[in-house]
Write a protein that binds this ligand. Structure first.
Ligand SMILES: Cc1cc2nc3c(=O)[nH]c(=O)nc-3n(C[C@H](O)[C@H](O)[C@H](O)COP(=O)(O)OP(=O)(O)OC[C@H]3O[C@@H](n4cnc5c(N)ncnc54)[C@H](O)[C@@H]3O)c2cc1C
Length: 426
């Protein structure tokens, strides 16, 4: 039976990337925390995510980059191909010329690496703890879990993802995630790298665009160069007909056949031979409905604050993990600065916070984070409008537009490259 954390500690609800990274970052500042995760075991679901250089800088700051790097494929460019005309329209720079480049790897690798680091730092991670309700009692927060237990702490951080219980139950009950009308289907396929149409040196990504969605094909593993991550994004207005499962699921039986047919209908007639081949070789398909959260509303209330997707989930655009990490690095710096024991001379003192301390820390957090997150959010929403089905003429226009955009913008992808959260004045 895990011991109860001291009431001065931080209760982190959700053991995804944001929650684990927060606990790790807090431990660097000597702030005790406990992570409560709903799933009974560490989750293995999730595709392969792309981490741009700014995100790798944050992981380096957290001390886990050297462990992660060998687990993924170094990615420096994303080529854009027109699937119907078999034309290479250009490429986005995904970190070419930077110290680290970018990295694509399975989400579970990031998760597992953070979990190891968190445990080594002595932080308790409790699985099978689904938070149901929270309340403020005097100078404490109390969280009630589905198994009948409760935890008390000085503050609560809701890192419980897009459908956050902490947001809906306490911080901002009005704000709900909405389905974007788009689903993603992903899986893995094996193919000899020299047969691919895009960059073949064991690294690289191609986005193959068509009139009815886009198909991402990418290297994703450090040591297995034959494994390609395949992800299709497609307009799909009526998600209720497919499933009510909001977090994504592995499709089986008849549903699996239906997904294969749908992906094949959209990409199986591609004029790029390897696109057709990779699609046909995916063994297991997973589906996820894409939701987004409006940016209006609050991120904190009393002694509770939201971070990561719980605060500002946006459709995937390759920068979200970096945004989550910047959130938690900044929040831990602010909690260290505004704790009552930060002025004390004894390093063994556990920090504590008055309501005024937390209000100062959270307000500053909001002021610094909101303009940056707002900008990324707007861009992500715009990008996802582009994956819905369009006419032949509109597609021709898009091909031309992509080519022009890459030519005029130089195609730099990593918005966060010039921004370093560690340089923010807290
Ligand atoms: C298909 C897809 C592809 C993506 N690709 C990229 C990419 O290439 N690059 C990138 O940077 N980002 C990408 N993202 C976004 C990125 O994965 C997320 O922004 C990030 O994982 C959010 O982390 P989080 O910890 O805030 O939330 P989550 O990962 O959702 O973690 C929340 C955790 O809280 C737990 N939880 C939920 N409710 C409770 C509760 N009541 N009590 C206790 N625990 C609870 C959940 O079980 C979960 O473990 C992608 C997202 C998706 C869906």
């Amino acid at each position: 039976m895990p011991s109860q954390p001291p009431a001065t500690s931080v209760l982190v609800i959700g053991g995804g990337i944001a929650g684990l990274a927060l606990s790790l970052s807090l431990s660097h500042h000597g702030i005790p925390s406990t992570v409560y995760e709903a799933s009974p075991t560490p989750s293995t679901i999730g595709g392969a995510i792309h981490l741009p250089p700014s995100c790798l800088r944050a992981l380096d700051h957290l001390g886990v980059l050297d462990r992660l790097r060998p687990r993924g494929a170094k990615i420096e460019t994303m080529e854009i191909w027109s699937s119907p005309s078999r034309t290479r329209l250009g490429e986005f720079n995904f970190g070419k010329g930077t110290k680290t480049g970018g990295l694509r790897l399975r989400r579970r690798e990031v998760h597992q690496t953070l979990l190891e680091a968190v445990r080594e730092a002595g932080v308790q991670v409790q699985h099978g703890k689904k938070a149901l309700e929270i309340a403020e009692v005097g100078e404490e927060m109390v969280v009630h879990f589905a198994d009948g237990s409760e935890a008390r702490g000085a503050l609560v951080v809701g890192a419980d993802g897009i459908h956050s219980t902490i947001r809906k139950g306490w911080v901002d009950p009005e704000r709900r995630a909405e389905y974007t009308g788009v689903v993603g289907a992903y899986g893995y396929a094996r193919i000899e790298p020299s047969r691919l149409h895009f960059c073949r040196e064991g690294g690289g990504t191609a986005m193959n665009i068509s009139r009815s969605g886009s198909l991402l094909t990418s290297f994703c593993s450090g040591d297995d160069k034959d494994e390609i991550y395949v992800a299709a994004v497609m307009g799909f207005p009526d998600i209720e007909k497919v499933s009510k499962e909001v977090n994504g699921w592995r499709v089986r039986g008849e549903d699996e056949e239906a997904v294969k047919r749908e992906v094949d209908r959209r990409f199986g007639e591609s004029r790029i031979e390897t696109v057709r081949e990779v699609v046909s070789r995916v063994e297991e398909w997973f589906l996820f409905p894409v939701f987004a959260l409006g940016m209006e509303g609050t991120w904190w209330r009393g002694r509770a604050i939201l971070v990561g997707d719980a605060a500002h989930a946006m459709p995937p655009q390759g920068q979200s993990v970096g945004i989550c990490l910047d959130d938690v690095i900044l929040l831990s710096r602010l909690l260290a600065k505004h704790s009552s024991s930060s002025a004390s001379s004894s390093p063994s003192d556990s920090p504590s916070w008055t309501s005024a301390d937390l209000s100062a820390a959270f307000s500053r957090y909001d002021t610094l984070r909101r303009p940056i997150v707002d900008k990324a959010h707007k861009k992500a929403i715009q990008q996802w409008e582009n994956v819905k089905d369009i006419s032949w003429l509109a597609f021709k226009f898009r091909e031309w537009f992509v080519w022009l955009m890459l030519l005029t913008m130089g195609g730099m992808f990593d918005e966060g490259e010039g921004y370093d959260i560690l340089k923010e004045e807290v």
